[in-house]
Design a protein around this ligand. Structure first.
Ligand SMILES: Nc1ncnc2c1ncn2[C@@H]1O[C@H](COP(=O)(O)OP(=O)(O)O)[C@@H](O)[C@H]1O
Ligand SMILES: [Mg+2]
Length: 149
């Protein structure tokens, strides 16, 4: 644990449908600029991809968003671009490095990473953590935390 990190909860909401999660992401997107990094946490089906769909809707009009589980990354062209990662299959630093993930830190887009719990060693120091909890079939608790070094 880096003692110098400061954390601040920005928002915590409960959404009651996939659309509400997308709409919350659109609202959250108002805070974002190019170069920002969003770490997404939560089990399968908790709404991480739905959230990224909301972000992409703001920055990358007309783009189709799906989980890049096999591809590791989907690039959505926009203003700015959104780089959508899924680290479900990544377990160690070598595996992460070989995907070219770190090259994306040099680009000018927004980075959003599903299964961030798999790569604690590879997250940007300054970032938003967005955690998803399944409360019931259609309810998700979403907690946004800003991490500042
Ligand atoms: N409140 C909600 N927010 C987001 N998704 C929801 C919600 N309620 C039900 N769902 C359903 O849960 C699933 C979430 O899928 P997805 O966004 O792909 O999750 P993940 O990327 O975390 O695996 C979808 O089938 C969606 O319809
Ligand atoms: Mg997903």
């Amino acid at each position: 644990m880096d003692e110098n990190l400061k954390i601040k909860t920005v928002a915590s909401v409960i959404t009651k449908s996939e659309k509400e999660t997308e709409d919350f992401a659109k609202k959250f997107a108002e805070n974002l600029k190019k170069g920002d990094f969003i770490a997404l946490y939560g089990e399968l089906g908790s709404g991480k991809t739905a959230f990224v769909r909301g972000l992409a809707d703001v920055f990358c009009k007309g783009i189709r968003v799906s989980s890049p589980t096999y591809a590791i990354v989907n690039e959505y062209k926009g203003d700015p671009d959104v780089y959508h990662f899924d680290m479900y299959r990544i377990t160690d630093e070598d595996g992460l490095y070989s995907t070219g993930y770190y090259d994306y830190f040099e680009k000018d887009g927004i980075i959003a990473v599903e299964w961030s719990e798999n790569i604690p060693f590879g997250l940007a120091k300054e970032r938003y953590d967005v955690a998803f909890e399944k409360l019931s079939e259609n309810e998700r608790k979403i907690t946004v935390t800003k991490i500042i070094s």
